[in-house]
Design a protein around this ligand. Structure first.
Ligand code: 13P
Ligand code: SF4
Length: 298
């Protein structure tokens, strides 16, 4: 079986397999650890394994490399990218900073190393609220996710400029879809990821990261939930809560890039050790400062 081959090779090569909650079920089930962006960053920064096979999208594998530069970090499918991470680049950020030198730059991890290197601190959807509110008396810029930024700006009345990037999956959600699902499942609670538009976040019973959503649903006394994030999360939700029912808010909640990695790719990545992530050492040092600061503050 392919799973046995993966386990054998993983041991021989002293590798750890990390997978995001949005990965295919089969990939999640073969991983040593399945988590959200923050949990996976933490593991990448502390693991003793020589090699990390990162099942996710490329900014996540790059983040693992920055946090553990001495490890070999492999992304099984080279084409797995996050479109949001490409909605900001170094040149545009430098131009903004020149005009606004007094703003603290807060950078969502869904970004590349050269952008992180120009930022004061990174955040994920798990710790953005905590970290951003510690700067609440200062002027800030939040890059690149307009929805998470707008949500926190609205909630805490912050002086924060917001970059116009977005997640093509969450940003597409519509309030009509909430109305339809609520009518169909009147007892269900709506749990939604902050990469979604503000109008939907205001309708939610809970707003949080993928791990936040899983924890909330697992602890809740409620039995039915409408889930406003990528469908991969249904696998851990159902595994941990066999007595509860989960409905996906929209059929559009499928991240094409997250779903590119198949179990066969994990095996190939272990065999061939491709595709290795590299980061320019000069950029890495500054990007690591922003990520280390995030880990300290969260
Ligand atoms: P989490 O921080 O909840 O993992 O979400 C990040 C994300 O957008 C994955 O694409
Ligand atoms: Fe990027 Fe959205 Fe896919 Fe996450 S779900 S990897 S933010 S496109």
């Amino acid at each position: 079986m392919i799973q046995d081959e993966i386990l054998k090779l993983k041991k021989e090569k002293n590798a750890i397999i990390l997978a995001h909650y949005y990965q295919d079920k089969e990939v999640q089930d073969i991983a040593d650890f399945v988590g959200d962006s923050l949990e996976l960053s933490r593991i990448a920064s502390t693991t003793n394994h020589k090699m990390i096979i990162f099942c996710g999208v490329n900014f996540m594998a790059e983040t693992a490399k920055i946090l553990s530069p001495e490890k070999k970090v492999i992304l099984p499918v080279k084409e797995a990218i996050c479109p949001m991470a490409m909605m900001i680049d170094k040149e545009k950020l430098l131009a903004y900073k020149k005009l606004n030198p007094d703003r603290v730059v807060i950078c969502y991890v869904n970004s590349y190393a050269d952008v992180k290197a120009l930022s004061d601190v990174c955040v994920t959807s798990s710790n953005a609220e905590k970290i951003i509110t510690t700067y609440k008396d200062q002027k800030m810029l939040y890059i690149p996710d307009k929805n998470l930024g707008t949500y926190l700006k609205d909630k805490y009345h912050l002086d924060i400029d917001i970059w116009p990037g977005f997640c093509c999956i969450h940003n597409n959600l519509k309030t009509d879809e909430v109305d339809t699902m609520r009518k169909a499942h009147p007892k269900a609670l709506l749990l939604i990821h902050p990469e979604s538009p503000l109008a939907l976040l205001k309708m939610a019973d809970y707003v949080g990261s993928t791990k936040g959503i899983i924890d909330f649903a697992s602890k809740s006394e409620a039995k039915e939930f409408i889930i406003g994030t990528e469908e991969g999360i249904l696998h851990p939700l159902r595994k941990r809560n066999p007595d509860k029912t989960f409905y996906l808010l929209s059929e559009g909640l499928r991240c094409y890039d997250m779903k590119l990695t198949k179990i066969e790719d994990v095996l190939r990545a272990l065999k061939e050790e491709t595709f290795e992530i590299t980061v320019d050492p000069n950029i890495l040092v500054d990007a690591k400062k922003a990520l280390d600061k995030m880990l300290e503050m969260s």
